[in-house]
Structures are given as C-alpha cells and as structure tokens.
Design a protein around this ligand. Structure first.
Ligand code: THU
Length: 125
C-alpha cells in the first residue's frame, strides 16, 4: 500500500494551490475499507484561511462516509520533510488510532511514525 499511497500523493501534489508560500504538500490516506483519498494544501490571500493537505484529505474521506483512517502518507517535493502541524495532528487524533501509521516523505527519504509518537498527549472529550 505504501507504493500506491506515494504514487497518489505525487500525482495529487500537482494540484497544490500554494502561490504565497510556494511550499507544495500533498497527503494520501487509506481508510478502513481500503479506499484512498488525497488532498493538497490550499492557500488563501487571507493567510489564516489556508488549509493543510492532510486536513483536506481527511475531510474528503469523512464527508464521503469513511469512519476510520488506517494510514497517512504526507509528501512534499521540497528538501525539508513535511511533518504534520499540530492542528492536523489533532484532527488525525479524531479519526485514527494511536498506532495509526504516518509516513512523512519527499523524493529523498521517508520516515515512519505512529500518531502516538507525534502527538503523545491527545485532547479528547
Ligand atoms: N502545510 C501543510 O499542508 N501541512 C502541514 O502539516 C503543514 C503546512 C502547508 C500550509 C501552507 O500552505 C504551507 O504548507 C506552508 O506553511
């Protein structure tokens, strides 16, 4: 599944809308029933309205009826690896298990984490 997620993320990054930062990010996520959803960062001239690639992919999946996310791959064609921001980690914690795999990748390398490693203390009601 890693190869498929990476291929889908590399395809999706073409749609990144990032005219302000010029930092392109995409995400590919696998849901509990084996479906794959992708997302890209979408920026806005009112900067704080920008949304990250991870949240776009997650919201697409959930709004399409998915209940759980089992794997997430985040991709950037930049030198720096695209570690997920705090806001995206919090959204992931809503729809993932603590051991859900998060792969952070670019064209040089990949790093694999669990959600628990990146967000050890999760806010839950
Ligand atoms: N970005 C993401 O898409 N995901 C993250 O987890 C962190 C940052 C985007 C937002 C913005 O368009 C660009 O990267 C630079 O911050």
């Amino acid at each position: 599944m890693y190869n498929t997620l990476k291929a889908k993320a590399k395809e999706a990054i073409k749609h990144s809308y990032s005219p302000y930062s010029h930092y392109r990010v995409s995400a590919a996520i696998e849901t509990e029933n084996g479906n794959i959803y992708t997302g890209t960062n979408i920026e806005n001239s009112s900067y704080s309205m920008t949304i990250c690639a991870e949240r776009v992919a997650i919201f697409k999946a959930i709004s399409d009826g998915s209940k759980k996310i089992v794997k997430i791959l985040i991709y950037s064609n930049n030198e720096t690896l695209p570690y997920p921001c705090g806001a995206c980690l919090q959204v992931m914690s809503e729809f993932c298990e603590k051991d859900t795999i998060i792969i952070v990748s670019n064209d040089k390398c990949d790093e694999t984490y669990s959600l628990n490693k990146l967000l050890p203390k999760q806010f839950k009601l």
